[in-house]
Design a protein around this ligand. Structure first.
Ligand SMILES: Nc1ncnc2c1ncn2[C@@H]1O[C@H](COP(=O)(O)OP(=O)(O)OP(=O)(O)O)[C@@H](O)[C@H]1O
Ligand SMILES: [Mg+2]
Length: 410
């Protein structure tokens, strides 16, 4: 039964549902597809990918998971992939033997490792990988992946790279000429396509900013168009109700169907993250007052979540804008969010455009910037467009933003 835990990816018994998505993904991977898992922040991508890794072996799949959003160089990317491949000792053994046999020029220190690697040797290897970045990352990456292809394994090998778009954004920040990001994307396309055939290897790239849109802006669509997009959505209404009941069962809390409906009404965007959050606040209030949850308690819990005590759960929504936008765009995006937050109704793109300084940009430059920011704010789960009008996707996030950034302060 799932526990009411917010923040870390949901693993094991805490992972709820996603049966259809899981079956879809496993099926697509078995059929030889590379997948681009797309969803706004906090929808549950990492949790689902952990699940793919955990249940993979019973479907003839061995999946390695890694997250690359904290990396700023291509060499570090290659090393991180190496690190995640050796997570599993049987792969490590065979992969390292291959690299030794091939007399790898870039991982030549591999030849000094003992013949049979154990946990300790793997730990040392990972420390080494963190400390040293190959100067010629392309050749290092090619050698590594060739060795992986040569590893004799009847299972489908899946390399899951979470937060890939943030990594590409990092390369763009490191090198605004875009050269490094382009070279990397072209190389990455190559390793998915080139001989020796990578027949048994599939890649899953995940992230909230669409890497496909990013590639479009870099005019490099052909470097990612072999990925099959797989958008991940919210829970269905029924699954959201079932999830709330399962959480209540774990907590031995009586949750009437009306109260569960009220939670869904208030959360609106039924992703497990917000359901967990409001459920947790309802449970706390119910315990504090020694009463069973009622519909009005749900409203009180909603208000409670917008108070100082819970601010830390929302602050990352503000901070995360800085991960992928430059400082001027962060200021503009925050102003746009404030405009949407202080309005009781949804707003138009023209309203939001008033948040952008004109400067001396041409009309085209202005429109390009506005569209790019709307793209980031919608793909990251802040705003959504319905019938030509823009509003917050989550009433909780809207409430937070309204209190945190009253108009006068932005
Ligand atoms: N299937 C699930 N069952 C239960 N809870 C879930 C599930 N998926 C997500 N959650 C909840 O939502 C939170 C966010 O999930 P997760 O970290 O997987 O999302 P994400 O899409 O990877 O987010 P980010 O874009 O910020 O990396 C988790 O901490 C957990 O509380
Ligand atoms: Mg994640």
């Amino acid at each position: 039964m799932p526990r009411n835990i917010i923040g870390a990816p949901a693993d094991g018994d805490d992972f709820f549902d996603r049966e259809r998505e899981l079956a879809d993904l496993l099926h697509k991977l078995q059929n030889g597809n590379h997948i681009l898992l797309k969803a706004p922040r906090r929808v549950g991508k990492t949790s689902l990918l952990h699940r793919v890794r955990d249940v993979g072996p019973t479907h003839g799949i061995v999946a390695n998971y890694t997250s690359v959003g904290d990396l700023y160089s291509e060499g570090a990317f290659v090393n991180r992939v190496f690190s995640c491949l050796v997570e599993d000792l049987s792969t490590a053994d065979r992969l390292l033997a291959r690299l030794k046999r091939a007399g790898s020029g870039f991982f030549e220190w591999v030849s000094n490792l003992p013949d049979r690697v154990d946990e300790l040797a793997i730990r040392e290897l990972k420390v080494k990988l963190r400390a040293s970045v190959p100067a010629n990352w392309r050749t290092a990456g090619d050698e590594l992946l060739s060795a992986l292809v040569a590893v004799d394994d009847p299972r489908v090998r899946v390399l899951i790279v979470d937060e890939l778009p943030v990594f590409i954004a990092n390369l763009l920040l490191e090198d605004p000429t875009q050269r490094r990001a382009r070279t990397f994307l072209q190389w990455f396309r190559g390793v998915r396509q080139e001989v020796p055939t990578t027949g048994s290897i599939r890649w899953v790239a995940a992230g909230s900013i669409g890497i496909d849109r990013m590639a479009l802006r870099l005019r490099l669509v052909d470097t990612v168009n072999d990925f099959q997009p797989y958008p991940l959505g919210a829970f269905s209404h029924l699954n959201a109700l079932n999830f709330l009941q399962a959480l209540a069962d774990t907590e031995k809390l009586t949750l009437s169907p009306q109260v569960a409906e009220e939670i869904c009404d208030q959360v609106q965007w039924l992703i497990p993250y917000y359901l967990q959050m409001l459920f947790g606040a309802v449970r706390d209030l119910s315990r504090a007052h020694g009463i069973e949850p009622t519909r009005s308690l749900v409203s009180d819990a909603f208000e409670e979540l917008l108070g100082e005590d819970y601010r830390i759960q929302f602050d990352h929504w503000s901070a995360r804008l800085e991960d992928t936008l430059n400082p001027a765009d962060v200021r503009a995006a925050k102003r746009m969010l404030t405009l949407a937050a202080v309005s009781d109704r949804e707003v138009t793109a023209e309203d939001l455009a008033t948040a952008l300084p004109d400067g001396d940009s041409t009309d085209d430059e202005f429109d390009e910037r506005l569209n790019r920011l709307l793209d980031v704010l919608s793909s990251d789960g802040y705003l959504i467009e319905r019938d030509g009008r823009w509003g917050f996707r989550s009433p909780l996030l809207k409430g937070y933003w309204r209190r945190r950034y009253p108009r006068s302060r932005v």
